[in-house]
Design a protein around this ligand. Sequence first.
Ligand SMILES: *Cc1c(COP(=O)(O)O)cnc(C)c1O
Length: 369
Amino acid sequence: MSEKIMVTRSSLPPLDEYIDEIKSMWESHWLTNMGPKHNRLQKELCDYLGVSNIELVVNGHMALEMTLQAMALKGEVITTPFTFVSTTHAIVRNGLKPVFCDINPEDYTIDVSKLASLLSADTCAILPVHVYGNVCNVDEIADFAKKHGLKVIYDAAHTFGETYKGKGIGSYGDASCFSFHATKVFNTIEGGCVCYKEDHIGEKIYDLKDFGIHGPEEVSAVGANAKMNEFCAAMGLCNLKHVDECIKMRGRVYERYNENLDGIKGIKLNKIQKNVKSNYAYYPVVFEPDKFGADRDFVFERLYENGIMARKYFYPATNAMTCYEGRFNSYDTPVAGKISERVLTLPIYPELEPAEVDRICKVIRECGN
Ligand SMILES: *Cc1c(COP(=O)(O)O)cnc(C)c1O
């Protein structure tokens, strides 16, 4: 059998480049605590993402969790259950109540037409997710939030490097949180950042990420520890040099899938949205069993038997997970429920060969009518 194909493959820079980058640390012995690499990466990412303010942190989850905490929110947060569990955990772990809004079946982002019906006197914020690289309806969300005095925090973990109407995606909302986890388009091994609008939010996040320490004898806030270390920042500096090329290569894989799968009855492909410069982070496919002739789980199993690791992403929806089932409005999101049962994300990473894409698609085609 041919070699296994994983759903993703972490990007690594040429080893020499990483070694060159970390060499100086054997002279300085400066390994963490906002060292030169951390500060350089912070600045380079501001430029790359097209945003004015960034706080680098230890991972994407803590970016979300600390942003909600920094905003001192209380009450209900309207969010989507069609996401990685981190989004919902960040809300609940802050003592806030998630109010699940359904998604739209076109791009799987929050259905803005349902926001009004979920508003209550306790609503304090909206936490939408840019799913698979698809951008939320940021214009309508901004209008709605302004009208009702709500904060908007985007989970931008899937949209590294994207622009909407020519502006960096991290510049929308009061804050946007990115993940630089090993499996993402851009990685620092583990890592993340918050892009924020107001200075005082950045100051609070800084307090939270470094114990509230403001000097050798001055601790002025009750913070935690969520700093990005120098090895991770060095990985980021190296990977950032190659990320444009990586995105270009992902685009070719994406196109190859489209050529193979377009027009097959019962398979819905993802469309690149208007006004969006995509990063091709994921390749989601939705199966309509009655039209295609097989359901998602059947395709998943056949791929698995052929050494191809697709992913049921996101399944289950977070409001159907054991820890949340029955706790919140779990059953009011039929579209999210349906898509989560029908979607597969297919392997995509820069070096995936055209012949491998063809092989994956052949297995899929043979599952259908
Ligand atoms: C990866 C991811 C996170 C969490 O990021 P980590 O860096 O793994 O902590 C949050 N939300 C979404 C949508 C993600 O894909």
